[in-house]
Ligand binder design. Structure first.
Ligand code: NAD
Ligand code: GDU
Length: 333
């Protein structure tokens, strides 16, 4: 029998890729998005789209009654770390409180499964650079990270009390775009490294900055574990199948288990276009961890069927740059 899922934030970067991946796997997909940072062109015509706010509890109750989804994939939220420092109320309201309302409505409607987008920002930024297992020390530096960690705790407690199956996925650094060119990172003022490098590579920006070259890393720039968004999307599909079949709760890091420096990411983008990227040294960005790399043992053991297909920085850069080019036509249409 076909399973039906409700995807909150399905018009956003990761939610749209995951919606396509779920549709490709035969799931029925209903998307709830208020288009605050998402875009209509990211929504597959095969999905049912409801424009609305996840904080609207009456709307949620109606959707659950009418659509009876088997699971909710909860991507919707605010994601800008410095903004969360300036405006923590917004982040606790729109990430933590909205998620609590969603969980409450799920329990009331007896919806038994949730996947939740968490983040590597929950871990200790001064972690020494070793790969981080899921039980590593949590020291979220920003209200953004804290709002996610609090939501994780709510899901665990509510899950135990009400028998909710849950997959909590802690994404490391998500990059790239759909290799079929259907979707990509479309937020115009996104701040992610490869998005910025792709904007320079496609002539939308003249130059970019490298935030800090004096870290204790192999070339002085920060190290991150970049994961291609399509591999992350397929990790959701496999997690969904796993939780729908065995129930229970699982928290898993999503990355490849190896780090790349800022300069290595920029160099990959340069190899793709064959042209230099004007990347200028700049001061450290406040709150940046020197290194965040995932220990991926748990996801590998739990989901042996998850086979990443786009692990190279070149593939991430190639698909990101191709999407940036495509956006020129989409945005001028
Ligand atoms: N992008 C990353 O590198 C990254 C890393 C770790 C975790 N995450 C998490 O993954 C999730 C998705 O991130 P993304 O990069 O796709 O962001 P995004 O901004 O592209 O997507 C978020 C989507 O949610 C929608 N939305 C926001 N608030 C809403 C609300 N109240 N009601 C309905 N829709 C709402 C937006 O319109 C948008 O379509 C977020 O929860 C984020 O915290 C992202
Ligand atoms: O123009 C830029 C943009 C980024 N960077 C550097 O590139 C690295 C990656 O930065 P991103 O902004 O792409 O990503 P972050 O690691 O800061 O954060 C991302 O991953 C986190 C988890 O690790 C959170 O989930 C967060 O939501 C998400 O934006 C950092 O060292 C940053 O200083 C630059 O040097 N120049």
């Amino acid at each position: 029998m076909t399973s039906k899922i409700l995807v909150t934030g399905g018009a956003g970067y990761i939610g749209s890729h995951t919606s396509y991946a779920c549709l490709d796997e035969g799931f029925e997909v209903v998307i709830l998005d208020d288009l605050s940072t998402g875009v209509a062109h990211a929504i597959s015509p095969e999905a049912r789209f409801i424009e609305g706010d996840v904080a609207d509890r009456e709307l949620l109750a109606r959707i659950f009654k009418e659509e009876k989804p088997d699971a909710v994939l909860h991507f919707a939220g605010r994601i800008v770390v410095p903004e969360s420092v300036e405006n923590p109320i917004k982040y606790y309201q729109e990430n933590t409180c909205t998620s609590l309302g969603l969980l409450h409505e799920m329990v009331k409607a007896d919806i038994g499964t949730i996947l939740f987008s968490s983040t590597a920002a929950v871990y200790d930024p001064d972690n020494g650079g070793d790969a981080l297992p899921e039980d590593a020390l949590k020291v979220p530096l920003s209200p953004y990270g804290q709002s996610k960690l609090m939501t994780e705790a709510m899901i665990r407690d509510i899950g135990v009390a009400h028998g909710l199956g849950a997959g909590i996925l802690r994404y490391f650094n998500v990059a790239g775009a759909d290799p079929k060119g259907r979707v990509g990172q479309s937020t115009p003022n996104a701040t992610h490294l490869l998005k910025i490098a792709s904007q320079v590579a496609t002539g939308k920006r003249e130059f970019m900055e490298v935030y800090g070259e004096d870290y204790e890393t192999r070339d002085g720039t920060c190290v991150r574990d970049y994961i291609h968004v399509s591999d992350l999307a397929s990790a959701h599909v496999e997690t969904l199948k796993h939780v729908l079949s065995v129930g229970g709760q699982i928290t898993m890091n999503c990355g490849y288990g190896r780090g790349a420096t800022v300069k290595e990411v920029i160099a990959a983008a340069e190899r793709v276009t064959g042209s230099p990227i004007d990347a200028r040294p700049a001061d450290r960005r406040a709150g940046d961890a020197p290194s965040l790399v995932a220990d991926v043992s748990r996801i590998r053991e739990t989901l042996p069927s998850w086979q990443p297909k786009h692990e190279t920085l070149e593939e991430m850069a190639e698909t990101a740059i191709a999407w940036e080019e495509k956006l020129k036509t989409l945005n001028s249409a």
